[in-house]
Write a protein that binds this ligand. Structure first.
Ligand SMILES: Nc1ncnc2c1ncn2[C@@H]1O[C@H](COP(=O)(O)OP(=O)(O)O)[C@@H](O)[C@H]1O
Ligand SMILES: [Mg+2]
Ligand SMILES: [Zn+2]
Length: 479
């Protein structure tokens, strides 16, 4: 027998086999149990979350020879034919390929005729948002006064494109993206029955990489089976998916927590050798930042689903809550930049640097300066200056830790007296540091800076950035 891909082989045959989507199942089951049947249902949600699956199950519920029920028998002629996609009264239409009004008219022409064998004629229209305006109008007439024996099941990934007139005539069900936990739990028995040996870590990598879609998860599993030939190992899945090994993300975060800029760059470059996909790396970093923030807020909120509970808790103690929020925000916004950039490694490093530079307590390098400088091939004087600054100052300590964790001693200033860090507020006594603005503007700036909110902002963000922009605004005003 020819090989059937897992995503088709493992299509749930009834509601009890569907993963997640409990909110939708509950409503459908209750309605069917009470025999309250509507004539039009709309399933929305991203790809591979169960729209077609639920529509087919619903078609069975309507037409099972044992009677309308939420538990179709899956054995009668109607159930089997629907499962196999050859039931005479189930019309599955892909709207994407039949957008013209003539197609819809042809389809609706036969609506008024009674079903050939079953109780209901069921029209399952996939990607219904692709229909033309004329097609929608043609459909609308039938939807307004549908014959008793007709059920419409619509599915779309893009409900915003549907006219409200159609929307308001349908019962709408929004399918959610499936979480990695739900996916992993569903894949477990699949692996068992397919007699495939799979490391738990590998399973979680796949569940994560599926990004909410069960179809993607099953397709990735298919791919992993071919790739691995035998036991599915985490390492192989990492290779196959081009995702960063979790250990690298942790190494990156450890270096960030220690304010170790050379360390951060070193890890980032190590990644280059192994995995080309920086967008995936960034996603890995973001999801770990999210887990760290959760761990700080409420340790019980994170599960051990990736076997890294201890590591997460430990790392969570090394960051301040503000840092995590800031890093996440910078990273999330940076995804777009990464996509647009021609050099994704450079874009990724810029993001990491931005995280460190804009951190409430700006990070300074704590490792050997030469290393970074050498990598960037900076001018020899700059190398010497950086090495000087390094030798005069101790390495910076940990950043402000989360509340429950023991506080380390406050970090020592890392800059020599003649090279003030760029974020340090300019010394008012030092004429060189005075902004060159009119006196009026100066007093406005002073007023502005006395504002407690502004003070907090200045304290929390790089002082110079804010002061410079204030000065620019004010000097423009005084011109
Ligand atoms: N909620 C779910 N539970 C279990 N399997 C699912 C679920 N959603 C999707 N699948 C799997 O993905 C495949 C495709 O699902 P489908 O319902 O066609 O997705 P779509 O939402 O794109 O219509 C199914 O055959 C099934 O194997
Ligand atoms: Mg579908
Ligand atoms: Zn049946």
């Amino acid at each position: 027998m020819s090989y059937q891909v897992l995503a088709r082989k493992w299509r749930p045959g009834d509601f009890s086999e569907v993963a997640g989507q409990e909110h939708v199942l509950k409503t459908l089951i209750n309605a069917l149990d009470r025999q309250r049947l509507h004539h039009a249902y709309l399933f929305t949600g991203t790809r591979g979350t169960g729209k077609t699956t639920l529509a087919r199950i619903l078609a069975k519920c309507f037409n099972c020879e044992q009677g309308v029920s939420a538990r179709p028998c899956n054995a009668c002629g109607a159930c089997t034919e629907i499962s196999e996609g050859r039931h005479l009264d189930l019309f599955e239409i892909d709207a994407a390929s039949r957008t013209r009004v003539e197609d819809t008219r042809d389809l609706l022409e036969n609506v008024r005729f009674a079903p050939s064998r079953a109780r209901f004629k069921v029209y399952l229209i996939d990607e219904v948002h692709m229909l033309s305006t004329h097609s929608f109008n043609a459909l609308l007439k039938t939807l307004e006064e549908p014959p008793e024996h007709v059920k419409f099941l619509f599915a779309t990934t893009d409900p915003q494109k549907l006219p409200v007139t159609i929307l308001s005539r349908c019962l709408q069900f929004h399918l959610r993206n499936l979480g990695p936990k739900t996916i992993a739990r569903y894949l477990g028995p699949v692996l068992e029955q397919e007699q495939i040996d799979c490391e738990s870590d590998a399973l979680w990598q796949i569940a994560d990489a599926a990004a909410g879609s069960m179809r993607d998860a099953l397709t990735l599993l298919d791919q992993a089976i071919s790739y691995c030939q035998g036991k599915i190992k985490a390492e192989a899945v990492v290779e196959m998916l081009g995702i960063p090994p979790r250990q690298h993300v942790f190494a990156l975060l450890r270096a960030m927590a220690a304010g170790d800029l050379p360390g951060v760059l070193r890890v980032s470059r190590e990644l280059t050798g192994q995995i080309p996909d920086y967008a995936q790396t960034l996603d890995g970093l973001l999801s770990t930042l999210h887990r760290l923030a959760l761990a700080q807020a409420h340790a019980d909120a994170i599960d051990n689903h990736q076997g890294d509970h201890r590591e997460i808790l430990e790392l969570a103690g090394k960051f301040s809550a503000e840092d995590l929020q800031l890093y996440y925000q910078i990273g999330a916004r940076g995804r777009e930049e990464l996509a647009l950039s021609g050099d994704s490694r450079a874009a990724f490093e810029m993001l990491l640097l931005r995280m460190l530079v804009f951190s409430p307590e700006p990070v300074v390098q704590s490792g050997p300066a030469e290393e970074v400088v050498a990598e960037f091939e900076v001018e020899p004087e700059a190398t010497a200056a950086a090495a000087d600054a390094q030798s005069e100052s101790p390495p910076s300590g940990n950043r402000e830790p989360a509340a429950e964790m023991p506080e380390p001693p406050p970090p020592e200033p890392t800059f020599s007296s003649d090279s003030a860090p760029p974020w340090e507020e300019p010394d008012p006594a030092d004429p060189a540091s005075k902004p060159t603005t009119a006196p009026v503007a100066d007093s406005l700036v002073a007023d502005f800076e006395r504002d407690p909110l502004v003070q907090t902002l200045i304290r929390n963000f790089s002082g110079t950035v804010l002061r410079d922009s204030v000065t620019t605004v004010q000097s423009r005003g005084s011109q």
